[in-house]
Design a binder for this molecule. Structure first.
Ligand code: UDP
Ligand code: MG
Length: 335
């Protein structure tokens, strides 16, 4: 009987957790699969941890990882995937926007031989028009720009086969876009369609600012088009200024028109200044990434976790000091 790990990132979801577990629990009662539920608490300040600990006490297949502070949704999801031991791993939000009842459909596709099965949103209820528009625009942009074929209108709700999981685990970058990384692993991927529900309770944790940051991470992490825009723009403007210089020179030479110096100079200066600034900004972004990776900080720091989970994962980078000799436990399996 296959073991399915369900990974649930949690941040202040006390209103949703009891209902979520009830619905998840019903799944295992009805299906032929065994389940393990890996809750990753991302530094909640409400009763979420207590609820999860209570669940873990009563149900041996409920496991947990508690972060020492809020590390963000993408890192929490990663920690859950790191610790999952199942033959397949399902990622699901804690707020019941993604109906757990779809999991058997994901499993069915997996059993048909797909390594990644993602749930694609046909509609989204309970989200305001601005968020819906931003999401729509974001998916269109990232699908256009990225080279790895990130599917549109697809959140983190998906199933990954063990093999895809192993490869996903090798990506230890800090600015993470989990959906992109899953798409990056390749393999056979397919979609099922669903209608996204409203939040069961509590508040959405992704404000517009966090969404913009995520979108930025996605675009810079999975596309080098922004870099090309800079180079293209720079070349274009250089060509134009050269052409202008030639025209002014010819005017003076052929028609004897005096050169109107300062206006042209000022324009040229501003143009070049703009190009330089944008290029510098872009370079800064890449240098910033190199800097962050070279710091080799652990991805997350765990305050507490179930005894039954594998030991040793502490989010260290490949070859990090804590786990230099044991790659499978280093948070970077297969180093
Ligand atoms: N979440 C998290 N850490 C955070 C923010 C959110 O683990 O810093 C979890 C949250 O508890 C939920 C999931 O990530 O299970 C998605 O968050 P949310 O529902 O706020 O995002 P949205 O559905 O609005 O995109
Ligand atoms: Mg949500």
């Amino acid at each position: 009987m296959p073991l399915i790990s369900v990974v649930i990132p949690v941040y202040n979801e006390q209103e949703c957790l009891p209902a979520l577990f009830e619905r998840l629990d019903r799944l295992q009662a009805s299906g032929s699969e065994r389940y393990e539920f890996v809750f990753v608490d991302d530094g909640s300040s409400d009763q979420s941890r207590r609820i999860i600990s209570d669940l873990a006490e009563r149900h041996p297949n409920v496991k947990y990882v508690f972060f020492s502070r809020n590390f963000g949704h993408e890192i929490a999801t990663t920690a859950g995937i790191d610790h999952a031991t199942g033959d397949a791993v399902v990622i699901i939000d804690a707020d019941l926007q993604d109906p757990p009842e779809l999991i058997p459909q994901l499993i069915q596709k997996w059993q048909q031989g797909y390594q990644v099965v993602y749930a694609q949103r046909r509609s989204r209820t309970g989200e305001n028009i601005l968020k819906r528009f931003c999401a729509w625009l974001f998916y269109r942009i990232i699908c256009r720009l990225s080279d790895v074929g990130i599917p549109p209108d697809t959140g983190d709700f998906r199933l990954m086969d063990r093999r895809a999981v192993e490869h996903f685990r090798r990506c230890r970058e800090h600015s993470r876009f989990v959906r992109g990384l899953v798409a990056w692993t390749g393999f056979r991927q397919t979609a099922i369609l669903y209608d996204r529900d409203q939040r069961h309770g509590g508040q959405a944790k992704y404000g517009l600012f966090k969404l913009i940051v995520l979108a930025f991470d996605a675009v810079v992490g999975f596309s080098n088009v922004p870099l090309r825009i800079g180079i293209f723009l720079g070349l274009l403007i250089c060509t134009l200024s050269l052409a202008m210089a030639v025209i002014i020179f010819l005017q003076k030479l052929i028609w004897g028109i005096p050169i109107q110096g300062y206006a042209l100079l000022a324009t040229g200066m501003f143009l070049l200044g703009g190009v330089q600034l944008s290029m510098l900004g872009l370079l800064g972004e890449y240098i910033g990434r190199i800097y962050r990776e070279s710091q080799r900080r652990p991805l997350y720091i765990i305050a507490e976790k179930s005894d039954s989970l594998p030991k040793g994962y502490d989010g260290a980078c490949i070859g990090g000091p804590a786990n230099a000799t044991s790659p499978p436990d280093s948070g970077a399996p297969d180093g």
